[in-house]
Unconditional design. Structure first.
Length: 247
């Protein structure tokens, strides 16, 4: 397979993953009730992440990276503007990015689509059970019922892949200055959301130095939670969390 053929294949997958995430988001917000249930779940999961990584959020070294992880890689944000930016950028990325860069974008979109898919299943299961106040026990029961351990493990692996790519980017000379130069043109072109996303990630990992230390902690804690939940054990990561009632 030639390099151009490989790039064409990755670009085609980019389009598919972007459309999957967009379609899942539309379905999840098709009615006020569905939208509220999805947001309730995502807020609870954001609280769980803040609880699990409270020490990293307070760390001078890891704080910015942990905040980026919670808000931009997995959080209750509306990513529709970022999706639109990426959709517009795909033809340009296909021409200008190397294969490794395209594969990194693909991993980020795969993570987004997979997270939406798993959240849709979790939200549906919680609603089926009549759960209005999410507790650790209610979440754990729905998690086991939804299952899909390979999907959960893939989600954790993709978080490491995307974080690792950002970490490697910080070690490339001139990238920081180039991102600053791109800021105004990107906003003028209506692509500010994707520019801000890349800058936040770059700056967070640049400040931290050696991102593998941070990513190892994330992978370890997320795998420990996964193993506890599938085994039916009470996870220390869920202990002490407040129950979350819908707004």
């Amino acid at each position: 397979m030639t390099m151009d053929t490989e790039k064409d294949s990755v670009v085609a997958q980019l389009v598919v993953k972007l459309e999957q995430a967009r379609s899942l988001r539309e379905n999840a917000t098709a009615s006020p009730g569905e939208a509220a249930a999805r947001m309730h779940l995502r807020e609870w999961q954001a609280d769980r992440l803040a609880h699990t990584y409270a020490d990293l959020l307070e760390s001078e070294r890891f704080g910015a990276a942990a905040a980026f992880f919670l808000s931009d890689l997995y959080g209750p944000k509306d990513f529709s503007a970022r999706d639109a930016n990426i959709a517009r950028l795909i033809p340009l990325m296909a021409k200008t990015l190397p294969l490794s860069g395209l594969e990194t974008v693909l991993r980020a979109l795969e993570l987004d689509a997979l997270s939406e898919q798993l959240d849709a299943k979790m939200s549906a299961e919680l609603q089926r059970r009549g759960v209005r106040t999410i507790t650790g026990a209610a979440y754990a029961a729905a998690y086991r019922k939804v299952g899909d351990r390979p999907g959960r493990e893939r989600q954790i692996a993709l978080i490491g892949d995307v974080g690792g790519a950002l970490d490697r980017l910080t070690r490339r000379p001139l990238i920081r200055g180039l991102l600053r130069l791109m800021r105004e043109p990107a906003h003028l072109a209506g692509m500010g959301a994707i520019q801000e996303f890349v800058e936040r990630g770059f700056n967070a990992f640049y400040k931290m130095g050696r991102g593998e230390d941070f990513l190892d902690i994330v992978r370890t804690r997320e795998m420990e939670l996964l193993q506890d939940l599938f085994a039916g054990r009470v996870s220390p990561q869920l202990s002490g969390m407040a129950d979350l009632k819908p707004a």
